[in-house]
Design a protein around this ligand. Structure first.
Ligand code: SAM
Length: 226
């Protein structure tokens, strides 16, 4: 069984996809989707040996060796042109890490793939990369599991797209939809940011003007949003 987080990610994988799950760890996502007949083939990429072996074991135990190719590779280097990948998932990593993997491996993308990204923090730099590379955000959600707020960002390369600084910070579609989970996340963050600013004020020295301004601006944005 998948966690609720990966279950939500799974709903964004198109039926019949050829999925590359990068940073697959145990390979749970591609194996669950294949067992359900939801996708037709998968690559599970892992950069570290222990999770790579764990993914191999999951695939073997499910007798899916014909459908899932487990590869020890850094990021998108796991993808080969012959795989005919139509969807790429990257879940449970920091947004900056996901962005760096996309940047380093962009030559491996045809531009036809749907990206299904589940960053743990660092959503803003990730959205910025997507915008700068002509990816439109086609779906977004916030969900809470085990006292963590998780975001899912689904993107497709459609051509030039422009998001405002606030849209990059909050997520353009989430700003519109204002789901309860989204609003709760930002209520919680507002409290944290206010504490940070108070600490800055007490510490005074050692905090750059720039950093102070950034947090103050975020507080303004969040207050306006809520
Ligand atoms: N995707 C799974 C999930 O969401 O439950 C596993 C998440 S786990 C926290 C992150 C995994 O990404 C780790 O197994 C790590 O080895 C892998 N990883 C980190 N950087 C990577 C990279 N550059 N290429 C491939 N895998 C990477």
């Amino acid at each position: 069984r998948l966690s609720m987080r990966l279950e939500r990610v799974a709903t964004h994988v198109p039926a019949g996809a050829r999925l590359a799950d990068i940073g697959s760890d145990h390979g749970y996502l591609p194996v669950a989707l294949l067992n359900r007949g939801a996708i037709s083939a998968a690559v599970a990429g892992e950069v570290a040996l222990t999770p790579f072996h764990a993914a191999e074991r999951t695939v073997r135990e499910n007798e899916l060796e014909q459908q899932v190719c487990v590869r020890l590779a850094d990021g998108l280097a796991a993808i080969e042109a012959e795989d005919g990948i139509t969807a790429v998932s990257m879940c449970g990593m920091g947004g900056e890490t996901i962005r760096d993997i996309l940047e380093r491996g962009k030559a491996r993308l045809s531009g036809q793939e749907r990206l299904i990204l589940q960053p743990n923090g660092g959503e803003q730099p990730l959205r910025l990369w997507l915008m700068e590379h002509d990816y439109r955000i086609v779906s977004e959600e916030v969900l809470r599991e085990n006292r963590f707020d998780y975001e899912i960002i689904v993107a497709e390369r459609t051509g030039p797209v422009k998001y405002t600084a606030e849209e990059l910070y909050f997520g353009p579609l989430q700003m519109q939809a204002r789901s309860p989970a989204f609003l709760l996340k930002w209520q919680r963050l507002l409290g944290k940011k206010q504490k940070t600013l108070n600490n800055f004020e007490r510490a005074q020295k050692g905090v750059s003007e720039e950093k102070w301004q950034e947090v103050a601006r975020q507080i303004r944005w969040i207050s306006t949003l809520l």
